[in-house]
Design a binder for this molecule. Sequence first.
Ligand code: F6R
Length: 613
Amino acid sequence: MCGIFGVCGKVFSSSVDQCIAGLKKLEYRGYDSSGIALFDKGAIQVVKSTGKVHHLEEKISHLKSLKTVSIAHTRWATHGGVVEANAHPHVDSENSLALVHNGIIENFFEIKLQLEKKGVLFRSQTDTEVIAHLFTDLYDGDLLGTMQRLLARLDGSFAIACIHKNHPDSLIVTKRDKPLTIAKDATLGQVLVTSDRNALYGGEFLTLDLEDNQVALLDQNAIQLFERDSSKIFPNFEPFTVKDTPHFKGEYSHFMLKEIFEQPSAIRRTLEGRYDLEGNRVLLNLPKAFEETFETVSKIALIGCGTSYHAACIAAHFLEELLGISAEAYIASEYRYRESLSDATTLVIAISQSGETADTIAALREAKKRKAKVLSITNVPYSSIIRDSDFHLMTQAGQEISVCSTKAFTSQLLLLYLLSLQMYQFRNGSLPFENNWIQNLRTLPSLIESLLQRKNLIEAIAAETQGFEKILFIGRQYMYYTALESSLKLKEINYTFSLSYPAGELKHGPLALIDENTLTVALLGNRTTFHKTISNVQEIQARNGKIFAVHQKDQNLDEISPDYSFSIDAPIPEQLLPILYAVALQLYAFYSALKKGHDIDHPKNLAKSVTVE
Ligand code: F6R
């Protein structure tokens, strides 16, 4: 959630400019407020601002000439509201240090009470300020020793970067359960610290991902790395090249719209090299160890959060149908407490765009403790989830900037279909005879392209349905999970209270909500249960509810004459239809939010990478 960026070593250009550039790339992690601390005339200067990073930028032009050690932060509020006092960096009472933090200090209240008894006055409601005062309480002139003692006192998850007025050339960092990367500019010698490699500028780096409870002391001359017991270890840096790919929206007004339109290419890339058309085989190039593990697997648990959980639901249904093996999707934050669900015969498939979602990480670690094997699917390389997994596969969606996930979701689905087919092939030697799966997957990009060309129709429906304050999404089987995802999109960027239900479940309660002010989006992609879903739509109409039907071109809707409709022409197996329906309803959510004038790429209260549990 929060993002940390720091500069030290041979700082070669304005620290302010560097930190602002880094923060802008980290803004997707949280954008409630931001701040920077650096040295000016021997003292620590801290500047903070609520709102987006450009607000901070406007406030710090007077410090632009400085080339000093500095730390910066972009916040997603956990403890305390969005006010400047709660923004990072936080300082101690004497302004002798400043620090930034990503994570949650679980025992902060207890430490706060102890410090208050010693006379410390707190100026914010954050858990982070506690770390600043505790650091000073423990400080004896030795930065490293103090940080080690601090580590022993903190419970929870954190990445911390700290500067101290007595050590103006140094930056000290540590972490537990939150990512922190040290990157040394291979040419200029400058050292950066960051929550995420995406924040680095273009160039050649030597990088090191800090391990839990390690402390790194960085200055002009050296990067020193220490274990928790203070033993010094050799830092093993790896070369890392960053191609600076500025985030351009190009011809699009929003990143979300751009990313919706990038889906055909994201899917093509995710498919590329992963099948043999002539041989009719899937080629995911999973290691032999995976195949061996899979032989012992009796059940599959797919875990994820939000949109990634919805991809898990669709894949679980497909896997079970295809392989006849028990496959279940779980919300990661719930799965981690379901002890009986994993053992040595369980394969856990962890799905996460960012690879940094705290709930998913916690769940997969719990599963590993119970001897389950974990295969992860992420879109971001070098992420924590990859490091924690036994096996991993990457979607090739390209960086997703908009908080609201679109191309990552459809790429996850594509890869999950491929993975399911690969598993079938492991068990049966070849792909199923019925349904030419590979050929059907290959047609998806062009089917999405045709759908996107008809965006104006969806835009018009979004305009016409603007007045509805209650929106229900219904579907059966695969279309129900797609309804969950479509409803989430609408909540997220349109801020509409929206529900999704399996169509057959309405009569068991939710039908009471229906009146003429309710719009029901009926996803009619399921062929096997089409008529049953049509009956459910009629039940809604009998209660004066309005209907927006998203359906197959060849389906006859005369029976229901929906108020609004959008047809999808897709002669492919219904198991693959979620991708197309999701794209259509991403457009619907986008245009609905656009009409309301929302900040679509940065919806309120949200962040792209959710690193708190
Ligand atoms: C919704 C959305 C979120 C994420 C969720 C998990 O559009 O983006 O619901 O899907 O926070 O994130 P990842 O996939 O990074 O684990």
